[in-house]
Ligand binder design. Structure first.
Ligand code: NAD
Ligand code: IPM
Ligand code: MN
Length: 357
């Protein structure tokens, strides 16, 4: 097939893990007989430095003209002054809004080999297979913001339509899995959460009677994630709660460098990014874990290009590299692999799988 993919490397380790994603896309095209046109755009701090704008118009145009977008990461100390007039993260939020990608899918299915390396007791990590569906274009991220003389306000607003569409997406995904949905909110305190709770209940009862569901308060969920993570299947939640809970879930996987994400909506262009940030503490050293990015490429192949066999082969290649102990410094202290070595290990395994297919 023919596809155009926009790469947005961004800041910090973004370009380092993005380079491995690019190598892999080219290898998938070569080995499976596809024609991928790759184009690169500016976003985040790099775009502020070059143009003053964290999401230049040219980048929006490139993204909208493509089939899918891969993003590395944005942000870093250089642009983090709380009084700065523009911020790298604004570029990413604007891109999500421009593409209309309201559902952020963040799968968490730890590899057995990394369970030994995670800080939690290995028996708690057995059988975890979760899919977070984080609402991505609403809530306090996008509500009105303002400064007052001695105060600041971030408005948290959700419409019924915004809740309905992401609930339907989560319920449909649950139908392809274990048919269990956990909706996470703070309905004992927040008005928006009460709207979420009644809307989720109505949609699930009337349209998805075959999917079991429960409501869990977010503070309790933060605990359940660590004490009984294998209980959960699809976890649906609003933007900010989903941001926080998925970094917590990265602990179950063993590292921030392992969790991928896919952001999708009704439009044709999907956005794929690791859930981690620009990791300023390790940037420039060539030691970042590229697997979250490579697994995000697998999600891109599956959700935007419909290449299920290629996506599954890539996931198998990453899994086999992990089984063989090809791990970066976040997961092994003795003889860690570099970012490029880990990327190359996946390339080699993918090539063997493609030949066998
Ligand atoms: P972070 O995710 O960048 O890093 C948190 C910790 O995880 C650090 O110790 C880092 O070294 C480690 N880590 C993250 N990714 C890793 C990888 N691939 N391999 C090995 N270790 C990894 O979070 P932070 O430090 O709180 O944020 C840094 C900057 O990144 C901020 O400006 C933030 O806004 C931005 N950020 C961007 C995105 C994004 O672009 N999608 C996501 C999260 C944070
Ligand atoms: C993420 C990041 C972003 C978010 C930031 C960088 C805007 O933390 O993708 O998880 O909060 O959504
Ligand atoms: Mn985050």
């Amino acid at each position: 097939m023919k596809a155009t993919i926009t790469l947005l490397p961004g800041d910090g380790i973004g370009p380092e893990v993005g380079a491995e994603a690019e190598k892999l896309l080219l290898a998938v095209a070569r080995q499976f007989g596809h024609e991928f046109t790759l184009q690169t755009g500016l976003i985040g701090g790099a775009a502020i430095d070059a143009t003053g704008n964290p999401l230049p118009e040219e980048t929006i145009t490139l993204c909208k003209q493509s089939d899918a977008v891969f993003l590395g990461a944005v942000g870093g100390p250089k642009w983090s002054d709380p009084n700065a007039p523009v911020r790298p993260e604004q570029g990413l939020l604007k891109l999500r809004a421009e593409l209309g990608v309201f559902a952020n899918l963040r799968p968490v299915a730890p590899h057995p080999a990394t369970a030994e390396l995670a800080p939690l007791k290995p028996h708690l990590l057995h059988g975890i297979d979760m899919l977070f569906v984080r609402e991505l274009t609403g809530g306090s991220y996008f509500g009105a913001k303002r400064r007052e003389a001695d105060a600041a306000v971030d408005e948290c607003r959700y419409t019924v339509a915004e809740i309905e569409r992401v609930t339907r997406r989560a319920a449909q995904l649950a139908r392809g899995r274990r048919r269990k949905l956990t909706h996470v909110d703070k309905a004992n305190v927040l008005e928006t959460s009460r709207l979420w709770r009644s809307t989720v209940t109505r949609i699930m009862d009337s349209e998805y009677p075959d999917v079991a569901y429960e409501h869990v308060l977010v503070d309790a969920m933060a605990m359940h994630l660590l004490t009984r993570p294998s209980h959960f299947d699809v976890v649906l939640t609003e933007n900010l709660f989903g941001d926080i809970l998925t970094d917590e879930a990265a602990v179950l996987a063993g590292s921030m460098g392992l969790l991928p994400s896919a952001s999708v909506g009704e439009g044709k262009v999907g956005l794929y990014e690791p859930i981690h940030g620009s990791a300023p503490d390790i940037a420039g050293k060539g030691i970042a874990n590229p697997y979250a990015s490579l697994l995000s490429v697998a999600l891109l192949l599956r959700h935007s290009l419909g290449l299920e066999a290629e996506a599954a082969a890539l996931e198998q290649a990453v899994s086999s590299a992990i089984s063989d102990g090809v791990l970066t410094a976040d997961l092994r202290k003795d003889h860690p692999a570099s970012t490029a070595e880990a990327g190359n290990a996946v390339l080699q395994r993918l090539s063997a799988l493609a030949k066998a297919a």
